[in-house]
Design a protein around this ligand. Structure first.
Ligand code: PLP
Length: 418
């Protein structure tokens, strides 16, 4: 039995069966590469689902972890430490928001943002305003796995097994301005969006829809809450994807790449929204601990020192252009979308998408598939154009060999697996 087989057998016995893992045991990483137990190198175009912004074994992260772990890993939020205000300053300066709450994960940040929106509406009501408690979320949205998050997440498979979920959520058709206008009223305490939907298939909001959401929320005092957990922290070439639109939210959430692989989430909000919160209303044991904050500060500084926003824009534009060239050669690619290093290629069948991910893995390239038919690319921000070329050659080969085969097997109900 190999070490991987042993681990797999133990997990099958001991863990809740929530994941269908790929049969690979990664043991370390270097730059944009992961390395398995046999020493084989894989080009990582997924970065731990959009987390490892600086890739693997980046010296800035190693140094921050080593230094901070020698000094202080955890104190709880009962005491001050050196990191939270310093990190909050960096984040507020870069996002245009005023105040920060640190959580541990994306879903925890999102839960807090929902609570903040409800509390803010409660404050407005206490001041005599007519405003309700309803949330407007978007079709195809994804906000995480805890109760508030699944309640505002569109796909039924994430909500229904756990029902009843949190009430008071209505879904608006994606980028449908008329539907948004029809569903918005004084009953709404917040409009919830991702600037670019991630799990939903890398779908950017239209300028018109985003602007209307901003205008409607402002008209009643409801909050515009923007989930930047996947798109934020530089992935699209700006600190937050809403900055491409020139639209300022009342609340945003960050997580995934925030501390380069150490769990950390954040809610950022305006002074107006922050009026709703007082001591004791919300909290966390671990959130914003000294270790995570020190690493997040090092990540932000490295992104700036190494010009990684510019790199995400330039290599992302190149990546997108290459995907479009590939689409012109292969009819199986129905569309190419995204911004910076948050990219997708929509294929004509779910079977082909699955097969492509498996074939890429055989060629030692990590990508994934979301929304059944969408190949998703969320590489580290340090990606270079030669890595793009390498991945494109592999995709070209796979589509040349398999595209018509997979489309045929799907249309006859078969399952093509690489
Ligand atoms: N929001 C968005 C947009 C996400 O992409 C995710 C995770 O994929 C989450 C929230 C949940 O984050 P986490 O898995 O850290 O709880």
């Amino acid at each position: 039995m190999t070490k991987l087989d042993q681990i797999r057998a133990a997990e099958e016995r001991l863990l809740l069966p929530t994941y269908e893992r790929n049969p690979i045991l990664f043991v370390r990483g270097e730059g944009v590469h992961l390395i398995d137990e046999q020493g084989d190198r894989y080009l990582d175009l997924l970065s731990g689902i959009g987390v490892n912004a600086l890739g693997y074994a980046h010296p800035a992260i190693e140094t921050a972890i080593a230094r901070q772990s020698r000094a202080l890993i955890h104190t709880s939020n009962l005491f001050f430490h050196e990191g939270q205000a310093e990190l909050a300053l960096r984040l507020t300066e870069r996002t245009g928001l005023d105040r920060v709450f640190f959580a541990n994960t994306g879903t925890e940040a999102w839960e807090g943002a929902l609570k903040l929106a409800r509390a803010h509406a409660g404050l407005l009501r206490s001041e005599g305003k007519n405003i309700g408690t309803k949330f407007l979320a978007l079709e195809q949205s994804f906000h995480g796995r805890t109760f508030g998050s699944v309640s505002t997440t569109y796909k039924a498979k994430y909500r229904e097994p756990f029902g009843p979920v949190v009430p008071g959520v209505e879904f608006v058709r994606f980028n449908d301005v008329a539907d948004l206008q029809a569903k918005f009223s004084n009953e709404v305490c917040a409009i919830l969006v991702e600037s670019i939907q991630g799990e939903g298939g890398i779908r950017p909001l239209s300028q018109e829809f985003f602007a209307e959401a901003r205008a409607l929320a402002s008209s009643t005092g409801a909050l515009l809450v923007v989930d930047e957990i996947q798109a934020g922290m530089g992935r699209t070439g700006k600190w937050c994807a809403y900055q491409h639109y020139g639209i300022q939210p009342d609340v945003t959430t960050l997580a995934k790449p925030l501390a380069g692989g150490i769990p950390l989430g954040a809610i950022l909000c305006t002074e107006e929204a922050a009026r709703a919160i007082h001591a004791g209303m919300h909290g966390t044991t671990f959130g914003g601990g000294p270790l995570a904050c020190a690493v997040a500060i090092a990540v932000i500084d490295a992104i700036e020192k190494e010009n990684l926003l510019k790199n995400a824009t330039e290599v992302g534009d190149y990546f997108q252009a290459q995907l479009r060239t590939l689409a012109s050669r292969h009819d199986a690619i129905k569309g190419v979308r995204g911004k910076g290093l948050m990219l997708a290629a929509e294929l004509d069948s779910a079977d082909l998408a699955k097969l492509t991910v498996a074939e890429m893995l055989k060629r030692h390239i990590v990508i994934n598939c979301t929304s059944d038919t969408v190949l998703r690319f969320l590489p580290p921000f340090i990606l270079k154009s030669e890595h793009v070329d390498y991945a494109m050659a592999a995709l070209d080969e796979i589509f040349t060999e398999h595209a018509s085969h997979a489309s045929t097997t799907q249309s006859t109900g078969g399952h093509a697996r690489g």
